[in-house]
Design a protein around this ligand. Structure first.
Ligand code: EPZ
Length: 422
């Protein structure tokens, strides 16, 4: 199993480019199940989660051609008949595989897909997905750990589907409602930028999807989707990760690759409050850290609130702030697994219910055999190790590889001493 050896403390200086958004890519890849025509996608990150999704699409008999420089992928229907079976072996590697359900049931009227189960950050049920698809006319049974779903006469009209602000359920239902001859109104739709990108992608291929309220979508079914070419925006969580690294190491980074900085208002405003200086030059963000950082209280919330995916990243930053900070986790029930390992670097953090209480002014000291808990937790450990004195070893970095493209290469380019050991 790969690990990182990091020799700190390092200061982050230079220019860095974020990769395409992992979570937008996963939703868009799932939506390609609706197409007969080829789809060209640019800026998909080549990380473990997207690679598993490529495998899932291949297992359903889609053909994927990746350009030599990996910047472009093309997805075709292969000559073999499309399969509607998503195996446990693939779904267990990636919960987002459940996003294939909406596309398969809408396009082929049936699907057999392994139930995804829980994961390190929580039980992560899929009841919102299944209940909403049921209201569109999907029938399903759970047999032997698999969801057996059918919609013999296609999915039908419904004006009152509530998606409870779930990102995945919103994406699944958008995909399921795109084709056909009915009109579907979706309510309490998640408005995370990745959901909005899925809508932009589908509309680029001739779908008829309109935001008719802040969190309400009207989808008028279309007969088919056209050939399209789409470029995925940068990854907002990756961007904030590098911004936090610049802030916590009192460095300076110019960050490229994200084309709508307004979408990051909540997290960048918080970084400013903590003490970073942030400037914009077109779509480049220039961020500079200071030696003295201010403590702050944060609560995670659905977009446009503070993202749960950044709680641990800001958590390690706040260890270095002047005074006590708190982070309240409101989305997932088990997202504090990173804390025990950060304590091994010297972090003074306590957990009370869904709140992490972080004492500031920590001078991290490197430690051996740190264990990554999940993707973002693994990244947070690396950031803490980069700002620690001495050598650290971060294990189980396959977690980080799920969602951060070329992490160590990018980190080295801005002055971090980091080596992968396989
Ligand atoms: C997406 O997960 C992201 N994953 C997560 O990113 C992200 O943390 C999360 O949204 C919240 O922003 C992808 O896009 C692939 P939800 P998702 O459905 O769709 C409960 C990362 O690190 N819920 O919005 O699974 C659920 O348990 C990952 O990149 C139900 O109860 O999140 C949670 O408490 C990790 N029933 C809340 O809703 C359901 O059917 C929000 O989950 C669905 C969700």
């Amino acid at each position: 199993m790969d690990k990182f050896v990091i020799n700190g403390p390092c200061k982050a200086f230079g220019t860095i480019r974020v990769s395409g958004s992992k979570n937008a890519s996963l939703a868009i890849l799932a939506a390609t199940l609706l197409f007969d025509e080829p789809v060209e996608l640019r800026n998909i990150p080549h990380v473990r989660d997207t690679t598993v999704f490529f495998d899932l699409l291949r297992s359903l008999n889609k053909k994927i051609i990746i350009s030599k420089d990996k910047k472009k992928i093309k997805i075709y229907n292969s000559k073999k008949k499309i399969s509607t079976f998503c195996s446990y072996a693939l779904v267990k590697q990636l919960r987002a595989s459940i996003l294939a359900l909406g596309g398969l049931i809408s396009k082929h009227g049936k699907a057999v897909i392994s139930a995804p189960g829980g994961c390190a950050i929580g039980t992560r049920p899929i009841n919102y997905h299944l209940n909403a698809l049921k209201r569109l006319g999907m029938k399903f049974k759970l047999k032997g750990g698999y969801i057996h779903a059918t919609a013999k006469n296609g999915l039908k009209e419904n004006n009152k589907i509530n998606l409870n602000l779930s990102v995945g359920a919103s994406e699944n239902l958008i995909i399921a409602s795109t084709l056909g001859d009915s009109t579907v109104n979706l309510h309490r739709v998640a408005i995370e930028p990745e959901v909005k990108e899925l809508v932009m992608f589908l509309n680029s291929a001739g779908a008829n999807i309109k935001w008719i309220g802040k969190r309400t979508l009207r989808i008028i079914g279309v007969k088919k989707l056209n050939r399209t070419s789409y470029t995925v925006n940068g990854d907002r969580i990756e961007l904030s990760t590098w911004a936090v690294l610049a802030t916590m190491t009192a460095g300076k980074l110019k960050i490229d690759g994200f084309n709508n900085i307004k979408l990051l208002k909540t997290e960048l405003d918080l970084l400013r409050k903590i003490g970073a200086s942030i400037k914009y030059k077109k779509n480049q963000i220039i961020i500079q850290g200071k030696k003295k950082l201010k403590n702050i209280n944060i609560s995670t919330k659905e977009y446009p609130g503070f993202p749960t995916d950044l709680a641990c990243i800001f958590g390690v930053l706040l260890c270095k702030a002047n005074g006590r900070s708190t982070i309240k986790e409101n989305i997932f029930e088990n997202r504090f697994n990173w804390i025990a390992e950060v304590r091994r670097l010297g972090g003074k953090i306590q957990i009370k219910g869904n709140k992490a209480i972080i004492e500031g002014n920590t001078k991290f000291q490197g430690a051996e055999e740190l264990m990554s808990s999940d993707l973002r937790g693994s990244v947070a450990l690396c950031l803490a190790a980069i700002s620690s004195s001495g050598r650290s070893v971060v294990n189980r970095i396959y977690m980080l590889d799920r969602g951060m493209e070329n992490f160590e290469k990018k980190a080295r380019s801005i002055g971090v001493s980091i080596k992968r050991i396989s």
